[in-house]
Design a protein around this ligand. Structure first.
Ligand SMILES: NC(=O)c1ccc[n+]([C@@H]2O[C@H](COP(=O)([O-])OP(=O)(O)OC[C@H]3O[C@@H](n4cnc5c(N)ncnc54)[C@H](OP(=O)(O)O)[C@@H]3O)[C@@H](O)[C@H]2O)c1
Length: 246
């Protein structure tokens, strides 16, 4: 299978590129700025899975023309894309009362509007092939998280979007599901969340462990497989059993 993953240069996205390549898939992945990290992802996969095709594309998912042109190039180069993982996201944390328009707009545009642009661009391709798997990466924050009113809204919005797609396109061979991530130490959490989150997690998570990027990548690998063909419109939490954010 050929898979598109947004935000594959670092963190959970990189682990998904690696896992899906190891699972026998070819991967087109995007990055926003970090060319060096994107090249490292490619080098790691080339060493581990030399028989796989893995390519990186510069793309800001907020920009609709870029989304259309880069996905057009990807389809030309890979001929067919059968699955997409909308993983790219940002955080701009602030108390709601202090949040600027820029902080709100940047997070909604990247985390919610971007995945919509990506999916809309791919839908005709999926419909004409009568095959497509859509996976949208959400967060436990979607039920509310202090300091993340913009991020929580974007991640909750993804669920409504996904469940609508599941209904509109299920009959056309396309499934859409959400993966709700718990806490995985990455650049995103390192830069923006405080030590207290780590302590909160270890105290409240039933299995007393933080997640790994590979935990999320393993589920993505299953959801794009034929074994997951009857799973559609689901919200699947990968959080060691914790159901809420602080
Ligand atoms: N880590 C967690 O604990 C956690 C918890 C819940 C949910 N999640 C979700 O899991 C996903 C991955 O998170 P992560 O922790 O791996 O994040 P990360 O380490 O910060 O990586 C973010 C990725 O998104 C890309 N990106 C950022 N802005 C973009 C844009 N405008 N257009 C295209 N790509 C863009 C980055 O590219 P560059 O490298 O070029 O900047 C990078 O590849 C996100 O959807 C996040 O919300 C994570």
């Amino acid at each position: 299978m050929n898979v598109l993953i947004t935000g594959g240069s670092r963190g959970i996205g990189r682990a998904m590129v690696q896992r899906l390549a190891a699972g026998g898939h070819n991967v087109a992945f995007t990055y926003a700025n970090n060319e060096q990290a994107a090249q490292e992802t490619i080098a790691q996969v080339a060493a581990a899975c030399p028989e796989r095709t893995v390519k990186a594309y510069l793309l800001d998912v907020k920009k609709t023309e870029q989304v259309e042109s880069v996905i057009g190039t990807i389809i030309d180069e890979f001929e067919e894309i059968q699955a997409v993982v909308n993983n790219a996201a940002v955080v701009k944390n602030n108390a709601a009362v202090l949040m600027s328009n820029e902080e709100w707009d940047e997070v909604i545009a990247t985390n919610l509007t971007g995945p919509f642009y990506v999916i809309r661009t791919l839908l005709m391709h999926f419909i004409s092939n009568r095959k497509g798997k859509i996976i949208n990466i959400s967060s436990l924050a979607q039920t509310g998280c202090s300091g993340q009113v913009n991020y929580a809204a974007s991640k909750a919005g993804l669920i409504g979007m996904t469940q609508t797609l599941a209904k509109e396109y299920g009959a056309k061979g396309i499934t859409a599901n959400v993966v709700t991530v718990g806490y995985v130490p990455t650049d995103m959490t390192k830069d923006n969340l405080v030590d207290s989150l780590h302590k909160f997690w270890l105290q409240h998570c039933p299995i007393k462990k933080v997640g790994s990027a590979e935990d999320i990548a393993n589920l993505a690998n299953f959801l794009i497989s034929e074994e997951a063909n009857f799973i559609n419109g689901e919200v699947i939490r990968v959080s060691g059993g914790l159901t809420y954010a602080p």
